[in-house]
Design a protein. Structure first.
Length: 97
């Protein structure tokens, strides 16, 4: 599986691909992610999601989108030890590549 860290990323409207949200800078070393949800705008679709608890990362497989459109995608997580709910967003720029 090839993934790209979500910040500002590019994808073709014909692609279906994985993206990663790295939470390690925002969590204590002993903190784990026990839940993850993704919110994406209309036109872009979530195919699959995942959590890599040991590495403090979440993943999302996206598809669709309209060329020359930017989509802000938000990942919300629930942490295991502290019980915090945190959110981060990234931009997927859909372009004809």
């Amino acid at each position: 599986m090839s993934t790209q860290t979500l910040g500002i990323v590019h994808m073709d409207p014909q692609e279906t691909r994985w993206f990663t949200m790295d939470w390690s800078r925002h969590l204590a070393d002993t903190e784990s992610i026990i839940g993850s949800t993704w919110t994406v705008p209309l036109g872009l679709s979530v195919v699959l999601t995942g959590v890599d608890v040991g590495l403090q990362k979440t993943t999302v497989m996206l598809t669709g989108g309209v060329a020359d459109t930017d989509y802000v995608c938000t990942n919300s997580i629930l942490t295991g030890t502290s019980g915090e709910t945190l959110q981060r967003s990234g931009t997927v720029r859909v372009r004809d590549l």
